[in-house]
Design a binder for this molecule. Structure first.
Ligand code: F6P
Length: 752
């Protein structure tokens, strides 16, 4: 149904289109008709010419001797023989006077014809169309030659009345054509307009109304034409939504009278304190990986606490992030400078990828970083491996990243550099040596062990000196800062300033601070795509309780210990069999390292063993989802789980704990948390466990599912408040604030 006023404009559009079609059809048909007329005339004329010439030439041969020798009756006989009603013939004398003519043409002949005089005077044949007694006639006059001047002229008259094409016939013929053509094209146009424009536009308008009303529904059209418009509009709607949500959050915070760190506040802070100096972030893991899936390239975020934490900061502040390009389609997605905007649909910052050879990756990443430093810093009873070749690769790769970073910040004065993690212990010094004006922070995302433990590293001095090139070194907790300062005191020549928590070497001071990392505050959960009831139904008909674990498959995460605790729980409390399912989302990690391969296999085996022992036809105690899972896939589990288990043997922070607290439904959820994680210092309302103590963990599970609702809600509310307040924007704000306080001069002297 056509509605006003939008309906009117649609009718107008259709009328305009039809008008244009009809006018253009008329012009085209008229043009073709004209061309047709001229072509037909030319053809008739050529035909008349050919016939007249042929007759003229043949007759001339016969008439010339007859005219010279007489008698005139002979000439008359000849022309009568060749004449016909549509072909007249006449003979003129040398003074252009008519001698004889065939009976059909004789009565129509005028007293004189200029064409004949011309043929006689020029001695050349003349031709053309004349109107004789009202009838179009084609004339061909050829002089008859004797000894001297022409004896006279032979004239052929052909009926040319058909050269006049009747305009009314033509009009009739073409009007029909015009009507057919314009009607067919109009009909097709109306159909196309309806299905390709009016229909999708009406649906888009309806969708836009819904979006405006706050209903997040996917756009109703796809494809190139309206699809790109729809996706642009979706982005716009999303940005408006985000802005609205941010404004609402800010308003709420103002009401609460709290000075919380938000994305907006961080942006303002960076703008005012850093004077729009771009941020440079360096990490091994990139925030966005491009991979081939069949013949399509897909972008995904890796399972990484570091990425979870740094991504929102970069989205808020912009800048450049340098990381290793590790996806098999990464090379195909960068520009000539190895850069790609992130997120690709609406870039907020730039990712510069650094390419490593297989040998470099083996030695630096798998070897020194993950077989050396990782087990060295985690007290998880896996012996570190130190190979000289790995150390050489580690040095080379740090130099490679230093080159890339120096190149990128060439034109930036006093740049802010945030180096991430144990992959780049040497980078701060490499940068400081060339760019003493750079403000450098190194954040160590994993624990720092005591001096005895760290002292087994053959290159501990080089590592410490490399790190001390930074102006600020951050750890998650004070305990790790203390361990670091003690290690420095024992391993190298430096003065440790315990009052200000710094290491002084020459004129340079490196400040060492605890900065517990966190996650971005949870926004509106929106539509998760699955309700709790549906999720439980999928896990088995009688299931009413859900536990969840989310980990990289890493021996520091206590995954096997957790599975054993689950087994013990069901053995001790059989009444929970078929009522509770534990879902483990486990992402394979560092799979070229033997220790990780063994763990991966063992996890499969242990899950199989426990499930085999306890499962029934329609229920399994552990649902083991091994693979890379996106945030979107993980969110429903976080949101609907009755408890989450984080049972790390040792962990710098563990952001899964904070992600769960942030995402779980308001009054639901208990966190079971290893006391050996950094997160345990802040989340004191979690049920804290020793992951080596299987019975204790099984008991914590029982406590979690049997906890009185009031207590559960109170504990979770307090933890939610902590995670909301000590969020990632606060972490970044505090880190940058510390860094802005460092005054650096060209000699690299850092002072706060
Ligand atoms: O937890 C330490 C850490 O390096 C994180 O910073 C990072 O998110 C995680 O390990 C993942 O490790 P990888 O990048 O080796 O997969």
């Amino acid at each position: 149904m056509v509605k006003c006023p939008r309906g009117i404009s649609q009718v107008k559009l259709v009328l305009r289109l039809l008008g244009a079609i009809w006018v253009s059809s008329l012009v085209i048909i008229a043009g073709f008709a004209l061309v047709q007329i001229y072509a037909e005339r030319d053809q008739i004329l050529t035909d008349l010419e050919r016939r007249a010439w042929l007759t003229g030439e043949v007759l001339k041969e016969a008439v010339e001797p007859a005219i010279q020798r007489g008698p005139p009756a002979r000439v008359e006989r000849i022309i009568k023989k060749f004449g016909s009603p549509r072909r007249g013939i006449a003979i003129y004398d040398q003074f252009a006077g008519l001698v004889v003519a065939t009976p059909d043409v004789a009565p129509r002949l005028p007293p004189s014809l200029p064409m004949i005089s011309k043929a006689l005077t020029t001695g050349e044949a003349q031709k053309g169309i004349e109107t004789l007694a009202g009838q179009k006639t084609y004339l061909y006059a050829v002089p008859l030659q004797g000894e001297g001047p022409p004896l006279g002229a032979l004239v052929i008259f052909l009926d040319a009345s058909h050269i006049e094409i009747n305009p009314s016939d033509l009009l009739q013929q073409n009007t029909v054509r015009l009507l057919i053509l314009a009607s067919v094209v109009s009909l097709l146009t109306l159909l196309v307009v309806k299905w390709s424009i009016t229909h999708p536009m009406t649906r888009m308008a309806e969708w836009a109304r819904q979006v405006r009303a706050g209903k997040a529904t996917p756009p109703p059209v796809s494809g190139r034409f309206f699809g790109s418009l729809a996706s642009e509009f979706s982005e716009l709607a999303k940005s408006l939504d985000d802005a609205k949500a941010a404004a609402e959050r800010e308003a709420l915070l103002r009401l609460e009278g709290e000075a919380l760190w938000t994305e907006e506040r961080l942006k303002q802070f960076v703008r005012s304190q850093l004077n729009d100096t771009p941020l440079f972030v360096v990490s091994n893991r990139e925030p966005l990986i491009h991979q081939w899936r069949g013949n399509k390239i897909e972008a995904s975020a890796p399972a990484s606490g570091l990425v979870t934490a740094i991504e929102p900061i970069m989205r808020a502040c912009g800048g450049l992030w340098i990381a290793q390009g590790s996806g098999d389609a990464d090379q195909e997605t960068v520009n000539a400078h190895d850069k790609v905007g992130v997120p690709p649909e609406q870039p907020a910052y730039t990712l510069r990828r650094v390419w490593l050879t297989k040998e470099e990756e083996d030695g630096y990443y798998y070897g020194f970083a993950n077989e050396g430093i990782w087990p060295l810093c985690h007290i998880a009873h896996t012996r570190p491996v130190f190979r000289a070749s790995d150390w050489a690769a580690y040095q080379r790769v740090n130099e490679k990243f230093a080159e890339a970073l120096l190149e990128e910040m060439r034109d930036t004065e006093r740049p802010y550099v945030l180096i991430q993690d144990y992959h780049f212990a040497l980078l701060p010094r490499l940068i400081k040596e060339t760019r003493p004006d750079a403000r450098i922070a190194l954040f160590w995302h994993i624990p720092w062990p005591n001096p005895e433990a760290f002292g087994i590293c053959p290159w501990q001095q080089e590592i410490l000196l490399g790190m001390l090139g930074a102006d600020l070194i951050g750890f998650h907790i004070q305990f790790h800062c203390n361990n670091f300062l003690e290690t420095v005191e024992r391993a190298i020549e430096a003065r440790v300033d315990r009052e200000r928590f710094g290491v002084v070497r020459g004129r340079h001071t490196t400040y060492v601070k605890p900065l517990p990392i966190s996650v971005a505050p949870e926004g509106d959960p929106g539509d998760l795509g699955i309700s709790r009831e549906e999720l439980l139904r999928e896990l088995g008909g009688s299931v009413a309780l859900l536990g969840v674990g989310v980990d990289r498959i890493d021996y520091t995460k206590g995954i096997l210990e957790r599975f054993r605790a689950i087994e013990r729980f069901f053995e001790r409390y059989p009444e929970y069999r078929q009522r509770l399912v534990f879902v483990e989302l486990a992402a394979p990690s560092r799979s070229h390292i033997k220790r990780y391969q063994d763990l991966d296999e063992e996890a499969d085996r242990v899950v199989e063993e426990i499930n085999w022992k306890l499962q029934t036809k329609r229920w399994k105690p552990i649902v083991y989802l091994r693979g890379q899972h996106s945030h979107k896939e993980i969110r429903p589990y976080y949101r609907h789980a009755d408890f989450c288990m984080v049972t790390s043997i040792h962990d710098g922070m563990n952001l899964v704990a904070k992600e769960y607290v942030s995402a779980v439904e308001e009054d639901r959820g208990v966190l079971i948390l290893s006391r050996f994680t950094g997160a345990a210092r802040e989340l004191v309302d979690a049920l804290q466990v020793n992951p080596y103590h299987i019975d204790e963990m099984a008991e914590a599970m029982r406590l979690a599912v049997e906890m009185p609702p009031d207590e559960r809600a109170l504990r979770m509310r307090r933890m939610k408040q902590i995670v909301r307040e000590r969020n990632i924007y606060r972490w970044a704000g505090l880190l940058l604030e510390e860094l802005t306080r460092v005054s650096v001069d060209r000699a690299g002297v850092a002072e706060v």
